[in-house]
Design a protein around this ligand. Structure first.
Ligand SMILES: Cc1cc2nc3c(=O)[nH]c(=O)nc-3n(C[C@H](O)[C@H](O)[C@H](O)COP(=O)(O)O)c2cc1C
Length: 199
């Protein structure tokens, strides 16, 4: 039976700190409505992607699950980045980034780019034509910045896809649900990819 959740007492806020790994915002400053919104939206199960770029020779990454394909003609995608996101600032400065759709075996990559990290990136990054991307991803979209739009405490960042690659078969995907990383329980059989689109 459906039971509406009406209030989220602040003392229970720590439960929701797991959403986005507790990486965003100060929960003490969030209203009950915002917490409730996050909690209910956490039921919308998503994949996980890392937006990757380079700034002064340093690899910059941001774990996102707000990724959406926006248009087929032209090829556009969008994601939302918090107004305080340092990574987003650097993508906007350089005007280019790659969007890497993660496989289940890349959970450590997702964790790394969703935390305040000082350590260097130890993951296998590939480079070419001014882009940097993550080896082993299920799909990589190389984008030029098309536009940004205000969206409350986030910015909506629209990228024009200039190039894309992916392995012949999709590996088991990394999922995110109610603040936790999950893997598909069901036996996953990647669908064979079109020969002409092989990386
Ligand atoms: C699964 C997952 C999805 C996330 N999705 C987003 C997102 O779509 N937009 C965003 O701004 N932050 C998102 N975050 C939080 C950022 O990854 C995190 O706040 C990061 O530390 C921001 O780094 P920066 O401030 O250096 O850019 C997500 C975190 C996780 C774990």
């Amino acid at each position: 039976m459906y039971t509406p959740i009406q209030t989220v007492p602040l003392r229970r806020a720590l439960i929701f700190h797991r959403l986005w790994g507790g990486a965003l915002g100060d929960l003490a400053e969030m209203t009950d409505q915002a917490l409730l919104y996050r909690r209910l939206f956490g039921r919308f199960t998503t994949g996980v992607a890392v937006v990757l770029g380079e700034d002064a020779g340093k690899v910059i990454g941001l774990t996102v699950n707000s990724l959406t394909s926006a248009s087929l003609d032209p090829l556009l995608l969008l994601f939302c980045a918090h107004n305080q996101s340092q990574s987003a600032e650097s993508f906007l400065r350089s005007g280019r980034f790659s969007v890497n759709i993660l496989a289940a075996h890349q959970e450590d990559v997702a964790r790394h780019f969703s935390s305040t990290r000082s350590g260097e990136v130890k993951f296998d990054c590939l480079r070419g034509k001014g882009f940097v991307w993550l080896a082993g991803s299920n799909a990589v979209f190389r984008c030029h910045l098309e536009a940004t739009y205000p969206g409350g405490d986030h910015r909506i960042i629209l990228g024009r896809v200039v190039d894309m690659v992916g392995p012949k078969e999709c590996a088991r995907p990394l999922l995110y649900h109610e603040g936790r990383y999950l893997h598909l329980e069901q036996e996953h059989q990647g669908r064979a990819f079109l020969e002409s689109h092989r990386p």
